[in-house]
Write a protein that binds this ligand. Sequence first.
Ligand code: KG4
Ligand code: ZN
Length: 344
Amino acid sequence: MAKDRNLILAFESSCDETSVAVIENGCRILSNIVATQIKSHQRFGGVVPEVASRHHIEVITACIKDALAEAKVDYSDLDAVAVTYGPGLVGSLLIGVTAAKAVAFAHHLPLIPVNHMAGHIYAARYVGEIKFPALALLVSGGHTELVYLPAENQFEIIGETRDDAAGEAYDKVGRVLNINYPAGKEIDQLAHQGKDTFNFPRAMEKEDNFDFSFSGLKSAFINTVHHADQVGEKLDKKDLAASFQASVVDVLAEKTVKALRTFPVKQLILAGGVAANSGLRERLDQELTAFPEVELLKAPLKLCGDNAAMIGAAGYVAYQHGVRAGLDLNADPSLEFDWIEETK
Ligand code: KG4
Ligand code: ZN
């Protein structure tokens, strides 16, 4: 097979999804195998790190095999191996990193280290080319941040959550409503059938920064439900969901608009697990009508959650920029983009 296809074997194992993909030229998915462990974690109401690592070990070899078979390629066709090395759960990350290193070593392939959050941003690459400067609203189970992208392969944080991530708040609130982990999708569906009647707080909305906070909202929600339980009052689950979602979406949208006013960009990228939220997608569509010069690039719904295709897309860009790791690459559970100079 011709070598000019730039075939990258990509690995993602930062949390509870084991995923291996084969990506051509950084923008074409030949395969994207995702083995989810959600069922094993559901009874605990969240991801149990030790359980996650063990699952990754069990399935990673089969995922590699399936990814190559589905892409109809062999190890000898590959140009490079890309892997998420952080942020995430250390035991989980280590499985992907070790598998990627083994393949790179055995087949004499360059090893490309990829930041999981860069991967989320590059999921949007499958919708269209990324144009710089760009701004990304990254909303996942572990992170909520606004990232400025001055140029290709450059990422600068301009704001982030001071406490819970948006997805984490969805999942914690979901537990109170007896919704299975991860609760985001179901709350999103309920929200569309209810009304914002509770008027929960919109934290830090008016503050002069690009940071977020969701723990106050989470506490207000939990207190409301507990109080109703104690006095035997029945609250409408749909209205609770709608009120919670209205607060999350308001805060995310307002801070994003503020960032767009401060940082003139060509594109706004919406990515991360919570980017699948229909309320947020609709709201950003509306807000962007005030910014005709900014194109909204939303990660495709099926690539919002953790997957290796996004790591392959980000890995390809890093590969073009000469980014390489040695076989001493280690997992970095608290890996972060640098903060932008102006807001330090
Ligand atoms: O990016 P992701 O797959 O994993 C992390 O890197 O954290 O994000 C998972 C998070 C979970 O908290 C889940 O509840 C949330 O994304 N999520 C949603 C929706 N779909 C998934 N949150 C709100 N609305 C959704 N439709
Ligand atoms: Zn993620």
